[in-house]
Ligand binder design. Structure first.
Ligand SMILES: *Cc1c(COP(=O)(O)O)cnc(C)c1O
Length: 526
């Protein structure tokens, strides 16, 4: 039993697994089992008192809904349901979240406080601009920081995620080629190590995707790039640092070759955390790059949202940026909304309004609380932390690119598991029983059984050591040949192994009621 320094135990004697104990109710400690909210709520209950609706059924041409099948719960029941569910999930507020490429860093509470200020949080997107000057000023200042940090002259603020930013960037590129009579450029080049969103975005815009090979040391193969460039190529999409956690050393040559072939250079900026304050993508010849505010600038993400993916643009692409954007005029700040004057070449819009205000406030608070020197230190510490992990684990696990340092993520392959009968997946599941969320697995695809670990700068040395100690202990167990322990893991999670393929292929997106249990009260009489 572990004791703290005043002699109190810090964990129970023996875990559930080795006591063989199961509760009568399915609970674990004080954590109760949780049914679906539909199974929990009745149809006769509601958390609020509403007046009887006054309907003029004739307005609705007989299309009045007879009832809304939502579960009725009281406020405390609702609260408990969602808090119990949240206890079954992992969160960055609970522990290290080493998901490579996702940059799961701490979300400072100061950001949350700023985002909840009524002047930002309670604004209506259609409020007259004379009443929203403060919010517009914040967007303008954030845009200024993004342009300054990247060395780019323009930024489109409205995209709502990295992938949405990729779409925005490629639509700018398409518009620029069309304006120059180059609309027949139909191909986008993407390295084999790219994030899946890159080829997906190119295909979504209607481009053909051609892969660029990778060198044995994990970088873009220049000879292959040169061979594949030509008058049919609209753009290349390159991530830097790339998804192997390596800086593209030949980045200047990549951009020179691309521009010489008349194509644009789209940079996937999801890994900007590794270079913020140290490298300006504009100096590398980048034409468009999305910035995941929810990665580099600490706004919370996961579970599908929210996010924000502003796209910085070169002078060549800036005229095609989507509306709206903030400008400072004689009457104060306003949004350019119409495709007139300065916006005649805008390709259109990415979203109905101006983007994710809450994320803008959080990202701006993060930037201002760090300052420019602090942001530079973010990149330095993120890279230092990843290299610390790489150094500690390299003796036991096999680094995919052993030579030289990595950037902000440490990448291992599964060569070290050979002959054990244990896979990357098994190893990752066993990490859960040790209290650690698994790393990114099987990505990038170019590395066999990839394990991509990104600690971010927000982890302390103590936390990194706890993580490395756990992985080293597990690795030793794996090598000792205890395959069963891994094949059955996780043992202590609320649910064990899920059929993820089935869940992805046949998702259950709607709750189907049993006829007998649903008797919603009609809201309106026909
Ligand atoms: C996260 C990520 C994306 C996509 O960003 P979203 O905000 O999730 O849409 C694209 N490329 C890379 C390399 C990423 O890590």
């Amino acid at each position: 039993m572990t004791m703290n320094t005043v002699g109190r135990p810090t964990r129970p004697e023996g875990s559930a697994a080795n006591t063989g104990f199961t509760s009568l109710t399915g609970a674990r400690g004080l954590l109760q089992d949780e049914p679906l909210i539909f199974e929990l709520g009745g149809w006769d209950k509601t958390g609020v008192d509403l007046d009887e609706a006054e309907h003029d059924a004739s307005d609705l041409a007989g299309l009045t809904r007879a009832g809304v099948p939502l579960p009725g719960l009281s406020e405390p029941e609702t609260m408990r349901h969602f808090v119990r569910l949240s206890q079954k999930n992992h969160a960055i507020d609970l522990a290290l979240y080493p998901l490579g490429s996702c940059t799961m860093k701490h979300n400072p509470r100061l950001n949350e406080k700023a985002a909840r200020m009524a002047g930002f949080a309670d604004l209506h997107p259609l409020a007259p601009v004379s009443t929203t000057q403060g919010a517009l000023e914040l967007m303008d200042r954030l845009a200024h920081w993004l342009k300054t940090l990247t060395g780019m002259p323009a930024v489109a603020m409205t995209p709502k995620a990295g992938a949405h930013g990729e779409l925005c960037g490629l639509l700018c590129i398409k518009a620029a080629h069309e304006a120059a009579g180059q609309g027949l450029r139909r191909t986008v080049l993407v390295p084999t190590s790219a994030h899946g969103t890159n080829p997906a975005t190119a295909a979504f815009v209607g481009y053909n995707v051609t892969e660029i090979a990778q060198t044995p040391d994990g970088r873009v193969d220049l000879a292959d790039l040169e061979a594949k460039l030509g008058p049919h190529v609209a753009a290349i999409m390159v991530t830097n640092p790339n998804t192997c956690g390596l800086f593209e050393r030949d980045i200047l040559e990549i951009s020179r070759l691309t521009h010489a072939a008349g194509a644009y250079f789209y940079c996937d900026g999801a890994n900007f955390n590794a270079i913020v304050g140290r490298v300006r993508p504009g100096d590398l010849g980048v034409d468009a790059m999305h910035i995941n505010l929810h990665k580099t600038f600490s706004t919370p993400h996961g579970g599908g949202g929210p996010g924000a993916g502003p796209v910085v643009l070169s002078a060549a692409l800036a005229p095609f940026a989507p509306a709206p954007w903030v400008v400072n005029g004689p009457e104060g700040l306003h949004l350019v909304e119409e495709a007139t004057a300065e916006a005649t070449q805008a390709f259109g819009r990415m979203s109905a309004f101006h983007g994710q205000m809450g994320m803008f406030v959080r990202a701006y608070a993060y930037m201002r609380s760090h300052g420019s020197d602090g942001l530079r230190q973010v990149a330095e510490d993120a890279v230092l932390n990843a290299n610390y992990i790489k150094a500690r684990l390299s003796g036991a696990m096999s680094p995919a690119f052993p030579d030289g340092p990595c950037m902000h993520e440490a990448l291992f392959d599964d060569a070290w598991l050979e002959g054990t009968g244990i896979t990357t997946l098994d190893f990752a599941k066993a990490m859960i029983d040790e209290g650690f969320h698994p790393m990114t697995m099987y990505f990038p695809l170019v590395v066999h059984g990839a394990m991509l670990i990104e600690p971010t700068e927000t982890e302390s040395k103590r936390e990194l050591d706890r993580f490395c100690d756990a992985l080293l202990a597990l690795a030793q167990t794996a090598r000792a040949g205890d395959a069963d322990r891994f094949k059955g893991a996780p043992y202590l999670a609320p649910l064990r192994r899920l059929d993820e393929t089935l869940a992805a292929r046949k998702p259950k997106l709607a709750w189907r009621s049993e006829p007998a249990t649903v008797a919603p009260t009609p809201l309106a009489a026909e």
